[in-house]
Design a protein around this ligand. Structure first.
Ligand SMILES: Cc1cc2nc3c(=O)[nH]c(=O)nc-3n(C[C@H](O)[C@H](O)[C@H](O)COP(=O)(O)OP(=O)(O)OC[C@H]3O[C@@H](n4cnc5c(N)ncnc54)[C@H](O)[C@@H]3O)c2cc1C
Length: 424
């Protein structure tokens, strides 16, 4: 007979969003189970943090671990034109506190995610690896837990008043319920790999992110990691990257390297040490962030084009915010979808503000430098939004941008799934 266990919350997926939710719930004194299909450490893309990840990491108790780690410290971002001309790096400490927000990290996700799991376990979360959730269980219209299978093939059932979907871009709930909504324009392709001993900038710039342009507003990321490794990838329209019928990721990558002299020169002395990865599954959002007894966090809720490295900030923030809402809902004994309206409002505001800047970034008529020069009063807003301080009124900044580009309407997705009251 199948075993059944009970918890206050069951979280599906032990990526950053899942462990953030679970840890913050454990801090509230809740009994939480996290089920993760893989054995950690496992590979994952998404390696550059932005300054405003700090507060969630601090809340979760991760800062001392990160300070002890070998992850390179990231103080800046710089932009490089296709001819290889680099901008002055933008240093976060020109605006934020140098000891906290202004210094962040370039992480190796296998190690970072493992740290998040260890941190969760130390705070009382039960994390079980090599355990796949095969079904989200419902009783009528309400989610009541999951069915899972452990490595030895044994099936078991978990009951909880709240199930948290933190399954990343696989987005279990959104996919199975047909809630997945693509973005009308942000549909890019990314190809990436890793280099050993490629060129690194000296001193304080050693851990900075470089965004290097190729024609047509495509771009490379160049993210220095520890052990002398660099993560390097190119993002552009699929049509452009596969022009002349080229489909092989390695050939795509090396053809684009020749399109930016800085990238070419920095990689020239290094050795490629990883496979070539490709993803074409891009920006999407779930139509709903919650249902009765169910909450979506991180990429399972929505994934945004990674040009501004916002993924981990949004994943951790959504985890902490969702945990606070779940705790409040459990306290009053009502975990219906309506309890997650505040969570939805804050997260959709965060995602939409970033998304509008991503649209502007890809518009060939827009240069952020030109906008900030013409409207100096919006430069700080721009820095804040790009640094992840996203829950603000940016109407003045978007009004300035609207002189150069069309600002997209907010997408009508991401609210809780409220049931219409039945009429007697
Ligand atoms: C090309 C690219 C570049 C990126 N660059 C950056 C960057 O520089 N900076 C940044 O911040 N973000 C970046 N991101 C985004 C970042 O990768 C994600 O936002 C982040 O990983 C989201 O974390 P998550 O916890 O939601 O999901 P994930 O990290 O994907 O974790 C989901 C977990 O759920 C598990 N899981 C899935 N299904 C099941 C199941 N049925 N049962 C049990 N477990 C399951 C998976 O094994 C996985 O461990 C990038 C993304 C891409 C595609």
């Amino acid at each position: 007979m199948n075993r059944t266990e009970s918890f206050d919350a069951v979280v599906v997926g032990a990526g950053p969003a899942g462990t953030a939710t679970a840890t913050a719930l454990a801090q509230h004194g809740r009994r939480v189970l996290v089920l993760e299909r893989e054995k950690f450490p496992r590979y994952h893309i998404g390696e550059s943090l932005i300054p405003f990840t700090y507060h969630a990491l601090d809340r979760l108790g991760m800062i001392p671990r990160l300070r002890k780690s070998s992850f390179p410290k990231k103080y800046s971002v710089q932009f490089v034109s296709p001819s290889g001309r680099a901008s002055q790096p933008f240093y976060f400490f020109n605006r934020y506190d140098r000891e906290t927000v202004a210094q962040t990290w370039q992480v190796l996700r296998s190690e970072f995610d493992q740290m998040m799991v260890e941190n969760a376990r130390e705070q009382g979360v039960d994390v079980r690896e090599e355990t796949e959730v095969t079904e989200l269980l419902k009783d009528g219209d309400r989610y009541v837990g999951v069915r899972a299978r452990s490595k030895d093939g044994r099936e078991f059932t978990v009951h909880a008043p709240v199930t948290v979907d933190a399954t990343g871009r696989e987005a279990m709930a959104a996919t199975r319920n047909a809630w997945r909504r693509g973005d009308p324009k942000l549909n890019k392709v990314a190809v990436w790999t890793y280099y050993d001993n490629a060129l690194r900038d000296p001193g304080i710039d050693e851990g900075g992110t470089t965004v290097a342009f190729i024609p047509g507003k495509g771009w490379f990321w160049y993210i220095p990691q520890h052990n002398n490794r660099v993560s390097v990838g190119v993002v552009s329209d699929g049509k452009y990257l596969t022009r002349d019928g080229i489909k092989d990721p390695k050939t795509i990558f090396h053809r684009e390297v020749k399109e930016n002299r800085w990238i070419e020169e920095h990689l020239a002395q290094g050795t490629c040490c990883g496979e070539y990865w490709l993803t074409a599954e891009y920006t999407f959002r779930s139509q709903y962030c919650a249902d009765d007894g169910l909450v979506l966090v991180g990429d399972a809720y929505g994934f945004l084009d990674p040009v501004f490295s916002s993924g981990l900030m949004l994943a951790l923030k959504s985890g902490v915010l969702a945990a606070d809402s779940i705790h409040a809902a459990l306290t009053i004994g009502d975990t219906s979808a309506a309890r997650f309206s505040g969570y939805a409002t804050e997260m959709t505001e965060s995602i939409e503000n970033m998304r509008k800047l991503v649209y502007a970034f890809y518009d060939p008529n827009v240069s952020f430098k030109t906008v900030a020069e013409k409207f100096p009063s919006v430069a700080d807003d721009l820095t804040d939004c790009l640094s992840g301080d996203v829950n603000k009124d940016f109407s003045r900044m978007f009004a300035a941008f609207s002189e150069f580009t069309e600002i997209p309407e907010s997408l009508p997705y991401g609210a809780p799934r409220l049931k219409t009251a039945s009429v007697a």
